[in-house]
Design a protein around this ligand. Structure first.
Ligand code: 5GP
Length: 188
């Protein structure tokens, strides 16, 4: 697996330090608010698991899974809920936990859906942001790192479902992407 990696963009130590910092900030902001953390599957599960262990406050966790219709996923902007929340979020403080904000479409529509359920508040914690790729307004209230327009893997993020178990964020060698039927642009 290591031989597939071209470059480590963010090391394990950098991630762990940042996630701790984010968790401590969130714990301060949500004291007495009993937030519901909403993890966006599959990519966010590693980040969410680490982040919530830095929250020394009462909180609950739930997950959603979205899939976009059609092949050209990012431009269609039409999403189907594969797994919905099990929690009734009305009057609750919701913190959406995302792995990466790219075009912004996933987050935009997810926030619309959550807001329609009348929560007390909604905020977003994202580990990574690729602002240069944005197609619709979407922003994290708590952000780990801004990165350039690279397709990255590791720390929950996959390429063709692999590499999620890497403890750092990395870019793969071009021949790995080239050898796939599904180029990264179509995997959003
Ligand atoms: P958006 O709707 O903002 O374009 O896309 C967000 C989703 O696309 C992320 O939750 C993630 O699943 C996927 N994605 C976007 N950029 C990357 C990337 O660089 N690497 C991986 N593995 N997934 C990405």
């Amino acid at each position: 697996m290591m031989s597939d990696i071209k470059e480590i963009l963010i090391t394990e130590e950098q991630i762990q330090e940042k996630v701790k910092e984010m968790g401590e900030q969130i714990a301060r902001d949500y004291r007495d608010k009993n937030p519901v953390l909403v993890g966006v599957l599959n990519g966010a599960f590693v980040f969410l698991a680490d982040l919530m262990r830095h929250l020394d406050i009462p909180c609950t966790v739930d997950f959603v899974s979205w899939q976009s219709y059609g092949k050209d996923t990012s431009s269609s902007g039409v999403f189907r809920i594969m797994k919905d929340l099990e929690t009734n979020v009305e009057s609750k403080h919701v913190l959406v936990v995302e792995d990466i904000i790219d075009t912004g479409l996933t987050l935009h529509y997810l926030l619309d859906t959550i807001r329609s359920r009348k929560p007390a508040s909604v905020r977003v914690a994202a580990l990574l942001d690729k602002p240069s790729r944005r197609r619709i307004e979407a922003k994290a209230d708590y952000l780990g790192f801004q990165i350039p327009d690279y397709f990255v893997v590791g720390y929950g993020l996959d390429f063709a479902q692999e590499y999620r178990n890497l403890p750092f964020i990395a870019v793969l060698k071009p021949e790995i992407y080239a050898g796939s039927d599904t180029p990264p642009d179509e995997l959003e």
